[in-house]
Design a protein around this ligand. Structure first.
Ligand SMILES: C[S@@+](CC[C@H](N)C(=O)[O-])C[C@H]1O[C@@H](n2cnc3c(N)ncnc32)[C@H](O)[C@@H]1O
Length: 379
C-alpha cells in the first residue's frame, strides 16, 4: 500500500489516506499489485478516485472580485483578459467565470480550463448538470443560465459555453502555445497535494502568469506554504495572490487565518475534513470546529498543529481563549506564557489586530495573576 501511495504522490501530486485507498480498491475489486504493474489501469484508477467535487458559483466572492475589480484593471492595460481555470473538474468553475463576465466581455476575453481527469473533462464539455451543481444559485439565476431538460437535469445555455477545455497535469508547465495568462483560478485542487507537489505546481502556475497577473486559491487554501513566493492581496476581504506586490497587501499568516475564518461557509466546512493533517490542514480543521462551537475538537486540532509548529500566535491565542472557556487554568496560563515568551523574543508582529489580541490576552493573564495573588494575601 505504501508503494501505491508514493506512486500516486509522485505521478499526480496528491496524497491519499491508506484507509481511503483500501476502500476504493475493494469497491473496484482491484489489488495494489495490479495497479503497480499496469500503468494504464493505475492512471484510470487515480483519475477516477480524485476528488472532483465542485458547483456553480462556489466561493462566489472570487467571481465578484474578478468581475468588479480585476477585469477592468487587466483590460485597461492589455485590452484583453485571459483566464485559466486549472483543475476545473466538470466545468462549473470556468462556466461560472463566463457567466460573471458575460456583460463585460466583447471579444476581449478568453477562458481556458483544464483538468487531469478525462471523464470530468467530457462531462464539462457536455455542459449538462444535476440540481446539486446549481445549489448555490437562486431560482432566478437557474432560469437565466440553464434550460431544464428531463430527470432534473439542466443544460447550460449556449451563450455561456465559451470555454476551451484541455487535459493538463498541474505538475507540468502550461504549454507555451497558450501564452501567459492574466488570472488563474486554481481552487480546491492543491489542498490535496503533498508539499513537494504544491511547490512544483505553484512554480508552473507562476511561470504561466503575467507578472501583474492574479492567482486565485480556494478560501481554505490561504496558507499553502507559498507565502514567501507570492504576495497576498486583499480585495474587500477576499484574498488573491500575485507575483508582484500590487494592490493592498495581506501580509501576515494571522491576517490570512482570520480572513479564512470569516469566509468559512457551511459548504466549505464539509470539505475541510478531507484536508491533509499538515499544520495548515490541522489549523483549518480547528477553525471549523471553533466556528461550529465544538470547542474540545477545536482544541484537539489546534494542539496537534502546534506540535508541528509552535510559533503561530493566532493558534496560541485561540487556545488560551478556549482553555479559559472550558475552565482549564493550566492550559490557559501555558498558552499565555508561550505568547509572553514569543513577545519577549520580539518576533515581529505586523498586524494591529494580532497585536491587540495578544496584548489583550497577556494583560488579562497579568490581571488574573495579580488578582489570584491578592486573594492569597487576603486569605
Ligand atoms: C475538488 S476539484 C476542484 C474543482 C474546482 N476548481 C472548484 O474549486 O470547485 C479538484 C480537481 O483537481 C483535479 N486534479 C487533481 N490532481 C490534479 C493534477 N495533478 N493535475 C491536474 N488536475 C488535477 C481533480 O481531477 C479535480 O477535478
Amino acid at each position: 500500500m505504501r508503494d501505491l501511495i508514493s506512486k500516486i504522490e509522485e505521478k499526480f501530486g496528491v496524497i491519499f489516506d491508506e484507509e481511503k485507498l483500501r476502500i476504493e480498491l475493494e469497491m473496484r475489486n482491484l489489488t495494489v499489485d495490479q495497479l503497480l504493474l499496469d500503468e494504464s489501469l493505475f492512471e484510470e484508477f487515480v483519475e477516477d478516485i480524485l476528488i472532483k467535487e465542485t458547483y456553480f458559483f462556489r466561493e462566489r466572492g472570487h467571481f465578484e472580485i474578478l468581475r468588479d475589480k480585476i477585469f477592468n484593471k487587466v483590460v485597461s492595460k492589455r485590452n484583453f483578459i485571459k483566464i485559466w481555470s486549472a483543475g476545473c473538474a466538470t466545468g462549473e468553475e470556468p462556466y461560472s467565470i463566463v457567466i460573471f463576465l458575460f456583460n463585460k466581455c466583447k471579444n476581449n476575453c478568453r477562458v481556458i480550463a483544464s483538468d487531469i481527469s478525462r471523464e470530468a473533462l467530457e462531462k464539462a464539455k457536455e455542459g449538462i448538470y444535476s440540481k446539486s451543481s446549481l445549489r448555490a444559485l437562486s431560482e432566478r439565476e437557474i432560469k437565466l443560465y440553464f434550460e431544464k431538460i428531463d430527470n432534473g437535469r439542466y443544460r447550460l445555455r449556449d451563450q455561456f459555453r465559451k470555454v476551451e477545455f484541455f487535459r493538463h497535469h498541474l505538475l507540468n508547465p502550461l504549454p507555451t502555445r497558450i501564452g501567459k495568462v492574466d488570472v488563474i483560478f486554481v481552487r480546491n485542487a492543491l489542498m490535496y497535494f503533498s508539499e513537494r507537489a504544491k511547490k512544483k505546481a505553484i512554480d508552473n502556475l507562476k511561470a504561466a502568469l503575467h507578472n501583474d497577473g492574479y492567482l486565485i486559491l480556494g478560501v481554505s487554501e490561504y496558507l499553502i506554504g507559498i507565502e514567501n513566493d507570492l504576495y497576498p492581496i486583499d480585495f474587500d476581504g477576499v484574498t488573491v495572490f500575485s507575483k508582484t506586490p500590487i494592490g493592498k497587501p495581506v501580509e501576515t499568516r494571522e491576517e490570512n487565518l482570520l480572513q479564512v475564518y470569516k469566509n468559512l461557509t457551511p459548504e466549505t466546512m464539509d470539505e475541510i475534513m478531507d484536508l491533509p493533517n499538515d499544520v495548515n490542514g490541522l489549523i483549518i480543521k480547528g477553525m471549523k470546529f471553533l466556528k461550529s462551537g465544538a470547542i474540545r475538537n477545536a482544541i484537539n486540532y489546534f494542539e496537534k498543529a502546534l506540535e508541528l509548529d509552535d510559533k503561530i500566535y493566532f493558534v496560541h491565542y485561540q487556545l488560551a481563549q478556549l482553555y479559559e472557556e472550558i475552565g482549564d487554568q493550566t492550559g490557559f496560563y501555558r498558552e499565555c506564557l508561550k505568547i509572553n515568551e514569543m513577545l519577549k523574543n520580539r518576533v515581529p508582529l505586523s498586524s494591529i489586530d494580532v497585536q491587540f489580541n495578544l496584548t489583550h490576552t497577556v494583560l488579562r493573564n497579568f490581571v488574573k495573576e495579580a488578582f489570584e495573588g491578592m486573594k492569597w494575601v487576603l486569605s
